[in-house]
Design a binder for this molecule. Structure first.
Ligand SMILES: NC(=O)C1=CN([C@@H]2O[C@H](COP(=O)(O)OP(=O)(O)OC[C@H]3O[C@@H](n4cnc5c(N)ncnc54)[C@H](OP(=O)(O)O)[C@@H]3O)[C@@H](O)[C@H]2O)C=CC1
Ligand SMILES: O=C(O)CCC(=O)C(=O)O
Ligand SMILES: [Mg+2]
Length: 733
């Protein structure tokens, strides 16, 4: 992309609730920005958009769309990048299949998803779909490390307006259960690539008879890159699940917490083991029948129910099999959706904080709250949740009115660590040996594996590691307390520590390096004293902690400021630290109320304008940015954020207030007279027409809304739903 063509700001088209919110917010942003000659363009990274962009050869000429993700992936490597990135769907297989079906129904002849590809053609289609699945966007765009924190105004608001929190008592039976060994943590090997080792490498599998297959070719390791390899034993995992199901106490709910969306190869398989162990009696009897119907445990009990629908015998046996097991933690007890129904519902960064915020409570099949056993099979990070639960059992719930703010600096750039490891994760076909072999023939890592084991390799490059350490030091200096979350007894972390220790010495600063359990205790103790704390972590803990602490402190991670300082000088501003809130779409469709909170977008927008002012010397952008910050603060002070119920504030009315406060701040500022003059009448009109606009925005609430598609909705219908006030639209222009 030529420099002159790079838009000032790029806003992403995504999915679900944030995409609906975009329908209302982006026209306001564009109108305001154009007054300062700033262009805001969109790029489509939605699941439906990515499917369409991947299969032009299956589409009619006028149905084809550009590959915006690929173009953005290049843009983020340039200093001109200024991207506001909203959360997008990281699709599980059931979501991908549903999106394909919807597109086909709309007349797009994209191919079916081949569940079991047999022909060469099917294998090719499957490979193209596999690239769309799971966390396919974030690793491509995140060309920088992560800096996530709450803006001061947001934190102060939360202290003064504490959200509800469940009580924690020492008697709670809620706990975390993890494998006794033979997991990713225990089996990990790690090495830092030397100058002599740098270059191409491959991953091979040799079966018991000595036949070698190449699992992955063309890997390229740079000097200083930390290369890990590890596996989880399938038999040890199944033994663990069986033991945990068998040892359930009465009245306690059973649950598993994984990240089947993001860790798209490993975690759906682990989820499938939970499903098949939980249903082992049913599958012993009917396994062949349901397999013939196309059931794969990795797709969950929901898929099984769909496949056996109408077969009364199978349905009765499934109900009996479920009833014979301990009660499950429910995703939605009203609809009978269990923890093992749909892999994409099992998202540890959202689910564990919700359990902890509620006081160690999950919801059971009877719709009643209960203590919950939380299975987190792998030990790499399970200790964080275990220690958090221990802490609250000992000390009672967090006092939101006095606790400090916990922020995070996360090693994320260039697909750091297991977060980006999808192409180098494999389910092992038979007993044998997996090796990473360097160009010289040297074997870097080697593991003896068994059928079904999940083997993966992940890497972290030197430049991102060094950048992350410096960012951690800078944020520590700006904040106060901090720790590096690294476990000297874990192979990968031990290699990273070799970078951290000399860098700290050179910087003349002391920051403790603590294993995740100790770091959790340290952080909780400091925050409870009222101190602000930086957690300096790897990529996965970045994800987990930027939901955990905000959900405890602020009630939600939606209000986080998420800055990605791109390594080549550009900026990416992620909105919030959460996802795309499918529950919110359900509510909109049912009763036309959207409770998505755009505070994360407001924070990102302010940062993006400020960055634009610095990067391109656009002084008007700085004025717009300062006014965004003022408007955001007023939204908080005046309680204009969305609420849960029909008739209350929702996303659209919140955007009206945002536009009004933004215009008022621009009209009132003295730095740019043109902008002040331009926005004075807009601010006046917005204030004068307040009653009319709010009434127009609320007129259709309480009735169903038709989006014209879930994954690929109709833009005209979304526009009508999200911009129902003719008065507001006319003022915004
Ligand atoms: N950066 C990214 O691109 C990310 C994408 N995802 C994707 O998002 C999808 C859903 O993920 P899930 O783990 O369920 O997490 P979500 O964060 O989407 O949902 C969890 C809950 O958080 C609350 N919430 C989150 N954001 C907001 C907001 N802006 N305003 C108000 N409430 C909010 C809602 O709870 P309630 O309404 O009950 O208060 C919501 O139901 C998945 O496809 C996942 O892959 C997930 C994380 C990050
Ligand atoms: O990439 C994903 O799938 C999820 C991202 C996420 O949850 C996060 O970055 O907080
Ligand atoms: Mg997350």
């Amino acid at each position: 992309m030529a420099q002159s063509q790079t838009p000032d700001i790029i806003y992403t088209i995504v999915d679900e609730a944030p995409e609906l919110a975009r329908g209302s917010l982006l026209p306001i942003i564009r109108a305001f920005a154009s007054a300062a000659d700033i262009d805001v363009e969109t790029r489509d990274i939605s699941l439906a958009g990515r499917i369409l962009a991947t299969f032009p050869d299956y589409l009619q000429e006028d149905q084809r769309i550009s590959d915006d993700l690929a173009a953005l992936g290049e843009l983020v490597k340039t200093p001109e990048a200024n991207v506001i990135k909203l959360p997008n769907i990281s699709a599980s297989v059931p979501q991908l299949v549903a999106a394909i079906k919807e597109l086909q129904g709309q007349g797009y002849a994209v191919p079916d998803y081949p569940a079991e590809p047999a022909t060469d053609e099917e294998k090719k289609v499957r490979a193209r779909y596999d690239a769309i699945k799971g966390s396919a966007v974030n690793p491509v765009l995140r060309e920088g490390n992560s800096d996530r924190r709450s803006a001061k105004a947001v934190k102060e608001y939360a202290k003064k307006n504490p959200h509800s929190m469940g009580e924690w008592t020492a008697a709670s039976k809620t706990c975390v259960a993890s494998m006794p060994g033979n997991d990713f943590f225990a089996n990990e090997k790690s090495a830092t690539i030397t100058a002599a080792q740098a270059g191409v490498a491959k991953i091979t599998f040799t079966d018991a008879a000595g036949n070698e297959t190449v699992l992955k070719d063309g890997l390229k390791y740079l000097e200083g890159e930390v290369v890990d390899a590890t596996f989880m034993s399938a038999s040890a995992l199944r033994a663990f699940i069986k033991a945990e199901v068998a040892s359930m106490e009465p009245g306690v709910l059973f649950s598993v917490h994984l990240k089947a969306t993001m860790m798209k190869v490993s975690d759906p398989i682990i989820f499938g083991h939970f499903v098949s162990v939980y249903l082992e009696d049913f599958l012993a009897k009917h396994g062949d029948t349901v397999k013939a119907l196309g059931f794969n445990p990795n797709a969950g009990i929901g898929d099984l129910e769909a496949k056996i629908k109408g077969n009364a015998d199978l349905e009765a046996d499934l109900a009996a099999a479920l009833a014979a097991k301990p009660p499950m933690y429910m995703v939605n007890s009203d609809k009978g959706i269990t923890n093992l129904h749909v892999p994409s519902d099992v998202i540890i960064d959202a689910s564990m904080p919700a359990v902890i915020r509620a006081g160690g409570i999950g919801w059971g099949p009877d719709g009643k709250p209960a203590d919950t056993k939380c299975c987190i099979p792998d030990n790499c990070y399970a200790t964080v949740y275990d220690e958090t639960i221990n802490y609250f059992k000992e000390n009672g719930k967090l006092d939101v009115t006095s606790c400090g703010a916990v922020s995070n600096v996360g090693l994320m750039a260039q697909k750091a660590e297991e977060y980006g490891s999808h192409p180098t994760t494999f389910e092992i076909p038979s007993k044998g040996t997996v090796r990473i072999v360097l160009a010289s023939g040297e074997v870097l890592h080697e593991h003896a594996v068994e059928t079904g084991d999940i083997w993966r390799s992940a890497t972290a490059k030197k430049a991102p590691i060094l950048d992350w350490i410096q960012l951690g030091i800078a944020r520590t200096k700006a904040t106060g307390k901090a720790a590096f979350w690294l476990d000297a007894t874990r192979a990968h972390d031990a290699e990273i520590i070799k970078y951290v220790e000399p860098a700290l010495k050179e910087a003349g600063i002391e920051i403790p390096i603590l294993a995740p359990r100790e770091a959790t205790r340290f952080t909780l103790e400091e925050m409870v004293k009222g101190n602000d704390v930086v957690t300096i972590t790897g990529n996965v803990l970045r994800d987990y902690l930027t939901d955990l602490f905000p959900i405890l402190e602020l009630g939600t991670s939606a209000k986080m400021l998420s800055i990605v300082k791109l390594m080549n000088g550009g900026g990416m501003f992620e909105t919030g630290a959460g996802g795309s809130a499918p529950k919110h779409v359900e509510q909109l469709v049912k009763e036309n109320h959207l409770r998505w909170d755009s505070l994360g977008e407001f924070c990102a927008l302010g940062e993006s304008f400020n960055f634009l002012a610095e990067a391109k010397g656009k002084t008007k952008a700085a004025v717009l940015g300062a006014a965004v910050d003022a408007a955001t603060q007023k939204i908080l002070e005046n309680g204009n954020s969305p609420e849960r119920k029909v008739g209350q504030n929702d996303n659209r009315s919140s955007h009206y207030w945002f536009a009004r406060y933004w215009a008022e701040a621009l009209a009132a500022q003295g730095d740019d007279a043109d902008l002040a003059a331009h926005f004075a009448p807009i601010a006046k009109a917005l204030a004068e027409k307040e009653t009319t606009i709010l009434a127009e925005l609320k007129a259709d609430e309480g009735k169903p809304a038709d989006m014209g598609g879930y994954y690929h909705s109709d833009p005209a219908k979304i526009d009508a739903i999200m911009r129902p006030s003719a008065t507001l639209n006319a003022i915004i222009g």
